[in-house]
Design a protein. Structure first.
Length: 255
């Protein structure tokens, strides 16, 4: 559900982060385009309360950016270079909306704050989840803004980095909440207690295998379970992770 005073901030949906056939900065394996449908639905649902951002290179680079662009000289071009254009489908929806340009990964700052009219509730989508989305979201939340992150409207530099970034943002609930399809938010801790989630070494947890009897576990251990605590089963053959509040794709189950 979208609040009347909530804004959508669309981060850096630009050709340089989409077109992997020529850009080393693009989201891997065309995953950028997997977000098109979810992004479009959000942009239309928020109506006039949408602002877009673009990353542009600092000309000339200063301080640590000097060494950074020694590794990426092909991207050290003026802001009006076509590589920094919004992708076509994004540009069409952005027509008539403000576009905030920044030479930093994080887009949170006075320019963006003014663009959203000082709103204290925002939804953030775009790319890359593990870079410009993450840095923008953390800064906004740290300033006291309630932030929602629709995972299906975001793409990471790689699928693995996408999950790492989402898990990082989950550490900051309830300032930041993560929601999946149909903008359905995860349930807060006081409503759900927790989930028992299968964990396979090297992979992000990705489906519910059972609902943990968290009350019994807490009683046995004589203390509350900690977020992301590993819980071995009786045989020790499988390790599970305890998530205090987590929506696992489309199979979230409130306790």
């Amino acid at each position: 559900m979208i609040a009347e005073d909530e804004w959508l901030v669309v981060i850096d949906r630009q050709k340089v982060f989409a077109e992997s056939e020529w850009s080393a900065w693009a989201c891997a394996d065309g995953t950028y385009y997997d977000t098109n449908e979810a992004f479009a639905k959000l942009a239309k649902a928020f109506g006039d309360r949408v602002v877009y951002t673009r990353y542009v290179a600092p000309i000339p680079p200063k301080d640590a950016w000097v060494d950074y662009f020694k590794d990426w000289p092909q991207f050290l071009v003026p802001p009006d270079d076509p590589i920094y254009d919004l992708t076509d489908e994004t540009a069409a929806l952005a027509e008539g909306h403000q576009v905030v340009d920044r030479t930093t990964f994080g887009k949170w700052g006075q320019q963006l704050i003014d663009a959203i009219g000082g709103a204290k509730k925002i939804t953030v989508c775009g790319v890359a989840t593990d870079c410009c989305v993450l840095t923008t979201v953390l800064a906004a939340a740290d300033s006291g803004v309630a932030v929602r992150v629709p995972a299906d409207a975001c793409a990471g530099s790689t699928p693995e980095n996408q999950e790492l970034a989402l898990n990082t943002m989950r550490l900051f609930e309830p300032l930041i909440t993560d929601f999946r399809k149909n903008t359905e938010p995860i349930f807060p801790f006081h409503e759900t207690f927790g989930r028992h989630v299968e964990y396979q070494p090297g992979n992000a947890p990705n489906h519910v295998i059972s609902l943990a009897d968290t009350g019994a576990i807490m009683a046995e251990r004589k203390r509350p379970l900690q977020p992301y605590e590993r819980i071995p089963d009786n045989a020790g053959a499988r390790t599970s992770l305890y998530f205090p509040c987590l929506c696992i794709r489309e199979r979230h189950i409130p306790l």
